[in-house]
Design a protein around this ligand. Sequence first.
Ligand code: ADP
Ligand code: MG
Length: 683
Amino acid sequence: MAAEPPEAIARRLGLAGARDLVLHLPLRYQDETRLTPLDQARPGQEIQVEGVILHAEVQPRPRRQLVAEIGEDADSPRRLFFRLLHFYPSQVAQLRPGARVRLLGEVRPGFFGAEMVHPQLRVIRGDTPLPETLTPVYPAVAGLSQNAIRKAVAAALRDGDLSDTLPAAMVEARGMPGFGAALDHLHHPPPGADLALLENRLDPAWRRLKFDELLAQQLSLRLAARRRHALVAPPLADDGGLSERLLAALPFPLTAAQRRALGEIRRDLARPHPMNRLLQGDVGSGKTLVAALSVLPALAARSQAAVMAPTEILAEQLHLKFHEWLTPLGFKVAWLAAALKGKAKRQTLADIAAGDVDVAVGTHALFQTGVAFRNLTLTVVDEQHRFGVGQRLALREKGNLPPLPAGEGSTPHLLMMSATPIPRSLAMSYYADLDVSVIDELPPGRTPITTKVLSLARRDEVIGRLRDYCLSGAQAYWVCPLVEESEKLQLKAAEESHAELTATLPELAIGLVHGRMKAEEKAAVMAAFKAGGLNLLVATTVIEVGVDVPNAALMVIEHAERYGLAQLHQLRGRVGRGQRESTCLLLYGDPLSETAKQRLRIIKENTDGFAIAREDLHLRGPGEFLGARQSGLPMLRFADLETDLDLLETARGLADDLIARHPDIVDRHLDRWLPRGLDYLRA
Ligand code: ADP
Ligand code: MG
């Protein structure tokens, strides 16, 4: 059979082309450089032995297998059995007495004495030399043998360009090997190399490759930032005294953290380049008000703002607030409800296009269907964390985020908001093109939330206490078990919880909201709950973010172990918003795994979103955390943001220097590492 060309093998391995084979790095290694004498073959270790076949036969029972015995030579008393469970007729023919073989495998005590079960087998001539380097074992795909991959990689190493993209001095100063030397070491380590270091990717050669990868990431992010800084946006320097008027109408002053964040946003808006800022603040820290204040300079300039949220409920809540705050100042805030149909919808869209609407609020989905503005200068995106990198990318690729260009050659400013803090390592990598403002303080007068973790076995008891609690005039949420597999089953779970609680607690008014309800139905239930007409609200995660009912101070979460940490934190943030002492009860199903216990403990012991996000990142890894895994976007292949933070910092420092002084190096390095331009880095 003709060997497949390296190009084809590279494709099958999911690589772009043959030249990427040199970066297809081994998972582990086999030591075929040494032979262990047969009498020293001890169980429990992978070793290589050599000998001649004394006899070999195919045994039909208990299962068909080839059993053979080897000895150092025909008369030697030192012998070893081996068994092959899968074999070809050609192998049976090869293994005739006197044939010389090398076996690699683990010795185990067997029926006849020591034996190797299904070792790696190679028939050799008496003078076949031992390899001089360790044998790489590569990540493989079905139908592709290690041998085929090894040959293709070796060819790529031989024919490819392994020259260093970085000058030797730069590399040496950072204590790293050259690129070619690092690759050579990783593909073919010398005997005696520290396998633990290699397999844990801590070897200097590994660090060099991780560094190169991170450097490529940093370079591409820097270049993206430059492209953005070259864009033009309308400078929005002044709000004509509007903020003062809005603040004077509020019953409370801004917190110091809100003031600081607003100051940073206002400085960005005043510049002639589009803002790209994330406003980060824990649940309940008052981001909405900061967003409303940020919109004022756009309105003062007689231009428009778009405000979007991931769900209808959230968008509606935003609309309520913006409407409450901005209408008294003489502005028109439009609500692009999904339910808006026919003439009413046409009218609203026409008003937005004519510039008669100052602020349009709606879900992303709505804006994506195309809303024309007369003069849009600012887009606000709430609860940014709900979108994975992939979705953000899609929004931007389609040119829909911001929805439409503001005017000739001009880009609107962008303000994103999120309650999920970005850990430092991610902020420095995936979000490096983002400026971040943090609201690190909650408004005063909040009562801390007490969190309790209880077994679902105590559910009846909890329901009993819920009755007394609600009859005393407070309101509560009941969050149903999460059913991720199916929206239908999720709906069923919510309806069942609602029916059961309604039957058990006839003296309470109990509402239900879930994701499959029509927007108006949802809005009606939320409004009733907010107005105090309902004692208890049974809900799915649709209430996860943004819902604001200060009189609701108790939340019960059924099967809390099914929820993610960030989700639990978000859910819990719906209580603790008023003067009442707040409680969150996490009910778990028995038995609870060790990790699940650990996760619930993290929520119970931490009320700070930062601490929770850190633990979350630790438990799930950055891929999950970013939501990129589901979207299938490429992540870092080699570097690990948690363990390689030092390399990331070094790469960041060097990236600035290279862009400023060595554009040729930048080009070469990106060409090697991001030949197709990894778009996710721009999301
Ligand atoms: P989040 O940051 O989670 O989006 P919100 O913007 O919904 O939080 O604010 C939570 C609640 O706090 C709202 O009822 C809001 O009106 C109120 N709030 C905002 N800023 C302050 C403040 N400086 N002092 C008191 N309450 C505030
Ligand atoms: Mg909010």
